[in-house]
Design a protein around this ligand. Structure first.
Ligand SMILES: NC(=O)c1ccc[n+]([C@@H]2O[C@H](COP(=O)([O-])OP(=O)(O)OC[C@H]3O[C@@H](n4cnc5c(N)ncnc54)[C@H](O)[C@@H]3O)[C@@H](O)[C@H]2O)c1
Length: 432
């Protein structure tokens, strides 16, 4: 399989959607002035477990929203989500999903962006998010996106561009880094920023869990269909476990450092491998453990571990150490608040209507995603990777997402061996 980013939409597509952006934006500024009595129309792109969950949480948390459109590559996914929404009496007034507002196929994103939704919920998979987010912003849609937002540096740059454009258009953007909307975390991190534990000297972040799901292949599925349905097995689809899951914990550490004027690490030095995962094709090319040492300014180091091992000691947490104490980042709050996965949708809607602070979380989620991608590249290659490498240097345009074609072959890539084999190994990193 030849690496190379698929241009998932042409310039002409963008131009068409940009025209829609202007009218949609004008309507929304009107809605903002009138407060929350205006109903905001919602569409979901990516009707899987998380996307459907996010839609339910959007409807649960807000009175002034209505879901009117669904999109997914696979029709069965749309049907399942539609049934779930339509069977829930609580949402009777908050749904109006007509057949001509349901879009399938690889171009489903185009259809949903041409409807008059105000908010796009992006619940697809990390490989496809950059193109979807860029097009959604150009179409003038407010954004809720799941994380991570990309699997490679080229994808992160696309999302950063979209986020800057969202600022120009005055659009709101919330990312699925829900800890940032969790009352316990928010109150604790605010205290850390106010100096409760002094200056930060070091941090730890762990996502050590068990093996994720894996699906057997249905003989009727093409290679691409199998990759998308069995997505937690392919680096190009999900970014490997450090990117897909551990970015939550890295994001909390970034959030802590933001309060001290630091937005991202300087470099990372990492290692890892695959010891536990069975050597079977259905497990694809992913590793099952990573360990990283992220270096931040002022000689602050973040030790991170992410693992997929069954039946052994585990843990999912962050811990930061200061000159005057330490914190789990959620131990100085005053009691739990609303479910953060509901709260994030309330905060998005309040940002749009003007009842809450304006939010654009495009940059923070891009930076956390980029840090985890640096960790993966460092581990796969046994090389130290710098922020400069991925932002401006030799890895800026590095992309691992192939062209999408139902008839093409997508063989399993070999499991990376640092500096030797695997799609993630970069010869240019070994020539210095
Ligand atoms: N914030 C959180 O705590 C949290 C929790 C779980 C999952 N997630 C994230 O949510 C995302 C989805 O996870 P999931 O468990 O719902 O997976 P899923 O497979 O259940 O859902 C993904 C959906 O996207 C669809 N899809 C894939 N490519 C598409 C494309 N090009 N166009 C349209 N639709 C496409 C798939 O058909 C599928 O229905 C992942 O990125 C995951 O990391 C976040």
């Amino acid at each position: 399989m030849k690496p190379g980013r698929k241009e998932s939409m042409s310039r002409r597509d963008f131009a068409k959607l940009s025209a829609a952006a202007v009218s949609s934006f004008a309507v929304l500024r009107g809605a903002s002035a009138q407060g929350s009595s205006e109903v905001l129309k919602v569409g979901l792109l990516g009707c899987g477990s998380r996307g459907t969950g996010a839609l339910m949480q959007m409807l649960q948390g807000n009175d002034n929203v209505q879901v009117i459109a669904l999109a997914d590559v696979f029709p069965d996914k749309i049907e399942r989500t539609r049934r779930q929404v339509e069977m829930n009496p609580q949402f009777a007034e908050k749904r109006d999903i007509q057949d001509d507002h349901c879009f399938t196929g690889l171009d489903a994103w185009k259809g949903i962006l041409e409807t008059d939704i105000d908010i796009l919920l992006e619940g697809t998979l990390p490989y496809s998010r950059p193109g979807h987010l860029e097009a959604a912003v150009e179409a003038g849609k407010h954004i809720f996106t799941e994380k991570p937002v990309a699997v490679d540096p080229a994808g992160v740059h696309q999302v950063l561009r979209a986020s800057r454009r969202a600022d120009e258009l005055g659009l709101s953007w919330v990312s699925g880094t829900q800890r940032r909307h969790d009352k316990q975390y928010r109150e604790t991190v605010a205290k850390i920023h106010d100096g409760a534990i002094g200056d930060i000297v070091s941090m730890r972040a762990y996502w050590c869990g068990s093996l994720p799901f894996v699906h057997e292949r249905n003989p009727e599925w093409s290679d691409l269909e199998y990759c998308l349905r069995n997505w937690y097995a392919h680096c190009w689809v999900c970014g490997d476990n450090i990117v897909e899951q551990h970015m939550h914990n890295i994001d909390v550490c970034h959030w802590v450092m933001e309060g001290f004027g630091i937005e991202h690490p300087i470099s990372v030095f990492a290692s890892g491998g695959r010891q536990f995962k069975p050597d079977e094709p259905k497990y694809g090319d992913l590793w099952d453990h990573f360990s990283c040492d992220f270096e931040f300014p002022n000689n602050v180091h973040l030790t991170s571990m992410s693992r997929h091992w069954d039946g052994l000691d585990g843990g999912v947490f962050e811990h930061v150490y200061g000159t005057n104490g330490n914190s789990t980042c959620r131990d100085m709050g005053e009691g739990p608040g609303i479910d953060p996965m509901v709260q994030e949708h309330i905060n998005l809607v309040n940002s749009i209507t003007g009842e809450g602070p304006h939010l654009n979380e495009g940059v923070t989620v891009s930076y956390s995603t980029m840090a985890t991608i640096m960790g993966r590249i460092s581990a796969y290659n046994g090389r130290r990777i710098t922020w400069e490498d991925v932002m401006e240097g030799r890895l800026k345009d590095y992309s691992i997402v192939p062209e999408l074609d139902w008839d093409a072959e997508y063989p399993n890539e070999p499991v990376p061996v640092p500096g030797k084999v695997g799609a993630g190994n970069l010869p240019e990193l070994h020539q210095r």
